[in-house]
Design a protein. Structure first.
Length: 199
């Protein structure tokens, strides 16, 4: 199943810019820039959408739901229904607290793991969508409330690291879209000796 809908999860509004929970938006924005695509607000879907024409009759859509994170599934369900995209043809790019900052992993099934955006997708789409998981861990300090951590902003050093790491995120995403889930999982889910480490 080829992926037709690529969604970056995040929260709209200036207050959420630069927060850990919005890393999915950062990556999908950078991906759109790399491809030279323009975002367009589509109120009927409560989302910003960028059209990516791959070939005659073959279109892929980049999406940023403008619902808040915990209601991401409603926007994606509307878009998927309109474009007749099955759940297996949807890719969600989202932050993941269980993965260290700078690493990415690909998965297809599993629980939401406390992530409200993923929980909303599971509720409205069912399981089976592809997940491009961007590490934001570990939680520091460990006793910090989960919500406070994910809605907190990256430190200046972390932002520098993320910007330096953008090519790694985008190249992994390109591999996933061009070579498929199995190849991407085999390449990205193991620690690569050439993978950047936060120092």
């Amino acid at each position: 199943m080829s992926i037709s809908l690529v969604a970056g999860l995040g929260n709209p509004g200036r207050d959420y810019a630069g927060t850990r929970h919005n890393l999915g938006w950062v990556v999908v924005d950078a991906f759109a820039r790399r491809l030279g695509l323009a975002w367009q607000a589509v109120p009927r879907f409560d989302a910003e959408v960028a059209r990516w024409d791959l070939a005659p009759g073959r279109t892929r859509w980049l999406v940023k739901p403008l619902t808040f994170m915990n209601d991401s599934g409603t926007a994606l369900r509307s878009l998927a229904s309109f474009h007749k995209v099955p759940t297996a043809g949807i890719l969600a790019i989202h932050d993941d607290l269980t993965i260290e900052l700078g690493r990415v992993k690909v998965s297809v099934t599993g629980s939401a793991g406390g992530h409200n955006g993923v929980a909303s997708l599971l509720e409205h789409l069912g399981d089976g969508f592809v997940r491009y998981r961007l590490g934001i861990g570990p939680k520091e300090p460990p006793q910090m409330d989960l919500k406070d951590f994910v809605l907190g902003k990256f430190t200046p050093d972390q932002l520098i690291f993320i910007n330096q790491n953008l090519d790694h995120y985008l190249n992994g995403l390109t591999l996933l879209l061009e070579s498929g889930v199995a190849q991407a999982m085999n390449t990205l889910n193991r620690r690569d000796q050439n993978e950047p480490d936060q120092t």
